[in-house]
Design a protein around this ligand. Structure first.
Ligand SMILES: Nc1ncnc2c1ncn2[C@@H]1O[C@H](COP(=O)(O)OP(=O)(O)OP(=O)(O)O)[C@@H](O)[C@H]1O
Ligand SMILES: [Mg+2]
Length: 145
């Protein structure tokens, strides 16, 4: 699933980040995993909200911190898994809750916050979004995949 994506955006607002994410989502196929890298408060969940909207998701995406994985049904029957692995210690405990079943679902889009926790389990062909906090509302978004 090599996409040949190599893009950057200097975002100056939450809305710009969401719109960029929505456009990216519309270009990706079901099954695609997207890794969201960046510090606490960088904008990974904001990006995810835009991404879900770009897939036509009608529910408002909220932070899955306490549920680890939040599942959304998309028009057309595909699914979106939004994972927040911040509280997961390592690959072993992620396997403990069955993360592989989510990762292996060929019909689902996967958005993964804190993929660092499961580096050894990540599939090939992921799209990576790196978000750097530059200022109050300034973020540098780099997309590769
Ligand atoms: N340009 C921007 N893009 C995205 N978010 C922005 C931007 N400017 C300001 N923000 C703010 O930054 C915060 C980003 O929060 P968000 O929950 O998305 O971070 P996160 O990376 O998911 O953090 P965590 O690791 O805690 O889950 C929000 O409060 C948002 O309003
Ligand atoms: Mg988050």
């Amino acid at each position: 699933m090599a996409m040949n994506i190599d893009e950057e955006l200097l975002s100056r607002s939450e809305e710009e980040t969401e719109n960029f994410a929505a456009k990216l989502a519309a270009r990706l196929a079901p099954g695609q995993a997207v890794l969201l890298r960046g510090d606490l408060g960088a904008g990974k969940t904001v990006f995810s909200r835009g991404f879900a909207r770009g897939l036509g998701c009608e529910d408002t995406l909220s932070s899955p911190t306490y549920t680890i994985v939040q599942e959304y049904l998309l028009p057309g029957g595909a699914r979106l898994y939004h994972m927040d692995l911040y509280r997961i210690a390592d690959a072993g405990s992620a396997l403990g809750f069955g993360v592989d079943e989510f990762l292996d679902d060929p019909r689902a889009y996967k958005l993964i916050e804190w993929p660092e926790r499961i580096e050894s389990l990540l599939p090939e062909g992921c799209v990576t979004v790196e978000i750097s906090h530059l200022g109050d509302e300034e973020r540098l978004l780099r997309v590769k995949g």
